[in-house]
Ligand binder design. Structure first.
Ligand code: 5AD
Length: 428
């Protein structure tokens, strides 16, 4: 979501890009507030730019996104060298804010939620990139006790089918073959009479689009219609990111997650019964207030039972304005760290095992380009969102190719390109 917003900022400003703040006329820091560490990152980036602003007083320094939304005016007080604070729904006002700073020689804050058109501007797209995000939703209506998103991104606002299609079509014309639909709870999207499963089917009609992904899904909004759409529409990838957060019913209740462990396991069973090769990944929070060793073991047992293809796991971080910040039965950091390490080590074994189980299989891989580390390697992803690297010299970027898997690692697979059912190896 942040990446998408940053690309929107780039496209709105229409300026030449530089990675070197010393060369920039305008420096914009886009921020995330999901955990405390993200806040700190924003503050230290701002702090680092103090000297530069002192030397280049005409340089305009702005901060946007969730941290800006959260602290607003207070950022101007704490960072005297800051010119602009804009929020999550006021990105489109940024060019106007910049010219007002230049004209009126004063600092500006604009963090209202009342801005009508949050989807109006389409993001910058790097030439040659074959994958892209399309936002279908802003904000969130769930009430998870730990989460700052509803506070900083507002209530759920869904985008119209026409807008989503228009943006996707433009991207496909630019050579994009894979679209990831994004929203905080993407599968709760609805518009007019349409539900998310319908949207997937409508998207699949777009010619030239090969693959559709979506993230992040909310467990309670996984419907039969959605499962059917994933099964029936070949362009929809077989991967769902479905955060469970905890395997303990006591903790799930305190988190306000609206499902039980048993309910979650049942929905996974329904998904897997319908789509046996579905890859399932999740998010876990450890050290939530009141989490006992027994609660944590419930989470570990869930991981063992379910065997996720991957997990993102975090230590609980108290966020201002959320209900959980008031919970006093805190878990000591040492304990939370130990639990996080244990969980990650355990999941690693499962991930490696699952990746190795692909060896010998033929996978359809969308070729994204050269591998970052070595240009003689080509990289792409499977429908299950696994990264595959193979030796190759031909430019087949944007194409779906068949690759036989030869090795499985922690974060990727290695394979060999198949051509017309014959194996050929491209060795440089
Ligand atoms: N502390 C730790 N992790 C959090 N997440 C959201 N809020 C918090 C918090 N206060 C995690 C959840 C969510 C992911 C995006 O970030 O696991 O799914």
């Amino acid at each position: 979501m942040n990446e998408y917003d940053s690309d929107k900022i780039r496209s709105l400003l229409g300026m030449e890009l530089t990675n070197d703040p010393k060369k920039a006329d305008v420096v914009i820091i886009n921020t995330c507030a999901i955990r405390e560490k993200a806040d700190q990152k924003a503050f230290s980036s701002l702090g680092r730019l103090k000297h530069l602003k002192f030397r280049k007083p005409n340089m305009i320094l702005g901060v946007g996104g969730c941290v800006a939304q959260l602290y607003g005016e207070r950022l101007l007080e704490n960072f005297p060298h800051l010119d602009i604070v804009f929020g999550t729904r006021t990105i489109t006002l940024l060019p106007e804010l910049i010219s007002r700073v230049e004209r009126e020689k004063r600092r500006m804050v604009e963090t209202s939620f009342d801005v009508e058109e949050v989807f109006e501007f389409e993001p910058y797209h790097e030439e040659g990139k074959v994958t892209a995000f399309v936002s279908v939703q802003q904000g969130c209506n769930k009430m998870c006790s730990y989460c700052i998103v509803p506070l900083v991104r507002g209530q759920e606002t869904n985008r119209s089918v026409e807008d989503i299609l228009r943006e996707t079509q433009k991207l496909v014309q630019k050579g994009v073959s894979e679209i990831t639909l994004i929203g905080q709870t993407v599968n709760s999207w609805k518009m007019g009479g349409y539900k998310f499963g319908d949207l997937l089917k409508i998207m699949a009609e777009i010619e030239g689009l090969f693959r559709i992904r979506f993230t992040t899904s909310y467990p309670r909004d996984v419907t039969k219609k959605l499962i059917d759409a994933i099964r029936e529409v070949p362009k929809v990838c077989h991967h769902i990111h479905l955060p469970v957060q905890s395997g303990s019913n006591r903790i799930l209740t305190k988190m306000g997650r609206t499902y039980t462990r048993e309910w979650y396991i049942d929905i996974l069973k329904r998904i897997r019964d319908a789509i046996p090769d579905m890859a399932i990944t999740t998010d876990i929070i450890v050290g939530f207030p009141g989490e006992t060793e027994e609660d944590f073991n419930d989470t570990m047992r869930l991981l063992k039972e379910v065997e996720f293809d991957g997990t993102f796991s975090f230590k609980f971080s108290p966020r201002p304005g959320t209900p959980a910040v008031e919970f006093i039965d805190i878990v000591y950091d040492e304990i939370a760290s130990r639990r996080l390490m244990e969980l990650q080590a355990f999941q690693s074994e499962i991930t490696v095992k699952k990746n190795q189980s692909r060896v010998g299989q033929i996978e359809e891989v969308l070729i994204e380009g050269e591998s970052k580390n070595d240009p003689s390697w080509v990289t792409g992803r499977t429908s299950h969102n696994r990264v595959v690297n193979f030796l190759g010299m031909i430019d087949i970027r944007g194409k779906l190719e068949r690759v036989i898997i030869t090795e499985g690692f922690q974060n990727s697979l290695r394979g060999r390109l198949l051509e017309n059912n014959l194996e050929v190896s491209h060795v440089s």
